[in-house]
Design a protein around this ligand. Structure first.
Ligand SMILES: CC(C)(COP(=O)(O)OP(=O)(O)OC[C@H]1O[C@@H](n2cnc3c(N)ncnc32)[C@H](O)[C@@H]1OP(=O)(O)O)[C@@H](O)C(=O)NCCC(=O)NCCS
Length: 342
């Protein structure tokens, strides 16, 4: 099998190194990628170009003679690959959602999948906006299957300030970074003494498919023990990010016990959104308003920095969605995640 080797890495046959000039043009015209309702086109383009350059991504574009552009970006996922024990990659479709689908899309997806399969990929994922059902169907026809549906909710910086001011009476400052919310739940940065219990919670909380429909546990090709490892590692990485100043991990304490956590990624260079990345409350403490308290504590932290907050969650995670929407968040986009497993 032939491959293209460049200074940035090895690209699956048929894929080429990123042509950033061409991609920049494409991204300024087409905006079906996640984040597009939140970022200006130029910021969106910058965001993805930086991300794909850092990931040494490759691209596959349809012939220049085609009536409209069809293309996709391939990002290999070394972290997922290592933890799940199977070669993982992600496709980002680039074609223009305003143009009726042509056979080009299907041919392109088939070419991409063939190349990735030949290159040893065993799990390919892809996120497609739920407003683009024709493309979802094209991916399904090519053998992809829907594994989850996600929504993005955001609270813009001005609203963060307004909500924080409105909620002030429910928050009591116990220390510089420790709050009591609604008189019962203490919200504070994680400490070393919390680490083992919270890591164990991260390991367990996402495997109960009656509680949360997470793609790593719903995908039959993934071993559950490995999916648990992945969440444990995700949590540990979030704590490392906090140490490096790239994020925050808050815990919620109820009756003197740490019963839940919420991890946030700090804003990337192109925007001002803190992103809620992982959160869970221990089963015995659920349904008592602990998550809501943790979210209020989070807003307080973000308000102090004059920044915005967003989260992505499964469409079926009603408690998280309720808390965000009841606080005043906007639901800004929705996606299908699809998997291909040869
Ligand atoms: C989802 C989870 C974090 C919620 O935590 P929680 O402490 O049980 O949630 P709360 O008691 O604070 O309730 C949150 C909101 O849901 C509402 N709610 C409570 N029970 C509910 C139910 N059975 N159905 C719908 N809404 C419910 C509450 O009224 C509250 O809304 P409000 O803030 O507008 O008042 C927790 O159940 C959990 O850890 N689940 C497993 C892991 C997970 O799904 N993580 C989320 C990934 S994004």
């Amino acid at each position: 099998m032939s491959m293209v080797t460049t200074s940035t890495g090895v690209h699956a046959h048929g894929f080429e190194p990123l042509d950033t000039t061409r991609l920049s043009e494409i991204l300024r015209e087409h905006s079906r990628l996640p984040w597009h309702p939140l970022l200006e086109r130029s910021a969106l383009a910058e965001h993805y170009l930086r991300r794909w350059q850092e990931a040494h991504a490759s691209m596959l574009l349809s012939e220049e003679t085609s009536q409209h552009l069809s293309g996709c970006i391939l990002e290999s996922l070394p972290w997922d690959t290592q933890l799940l024990g199977m070669k993982c990659g992600r496709l980002f479709p680039l074609s223009d959602p305003s143009v009726p689908r042509t056979v080009d899309d299907r041919m392109l997806i088939d070419r991409a999948v063939r190349a990735m399969r030949d290159d040893g990929y065993r799990l390919i994922d892809c996120k497609i906006a739920s407003t683009d059902l024709p493309l979802v169907r094209t991916f399904e026809d090519a053998g992809f299957r829907v594994v989850d549906m996600l929504v993005t909710m955001s609270i813009e910086r001005e609203l963060v300030q307004t909500i924080a001011a409105r909620m002030q009476s429910r928050i009591e400052l116990l220390g510089e970074r420790t709050l009591r919310v609604d008189g019962t739940v203490i919200v504070r940065p994680i400490e070393a003494r919390d680490f083992d219990a919270m890591r164990a919670l991260a390991r367990d909380a996402f495997s109960d498919t009656a509680e949360i429909q997470d793609r790593f546990f719903l995908e039959p090709a993934i071993d559950h023990a490995r999916a648990r490892d992945l969440f444990e590692e995700w949590f540990s990485n979030a704590v490392q990010k906090q140490h490096r100043g790239e994020g925050e991990v808050l815990v919620a304490e109820l009756n003197g016990q740490a019963v839940g956590f919420l991890t946030m990624n700090a804003p990337e260079p192109e925007h001002h959104y803190w992103q809620d990345s992982l959160n869970a409350i221990a089963p015995a403490a659920r349904g008592k308003g602990v998550y809501r308290a943790l979210l209020l504590g989070t807003l307080h932290v973000v308000a102090a920095r004059s920044e915005s907050l967003l989260t992505r969650t499964q469409i079926s995670t009603t408690r998280v969605i309720n808390s965000w929407l009841h606080l005043g968040a906007s639901l800004v986009e929705s996606f299908f995640t699809l998997h291909y497993t040869p």
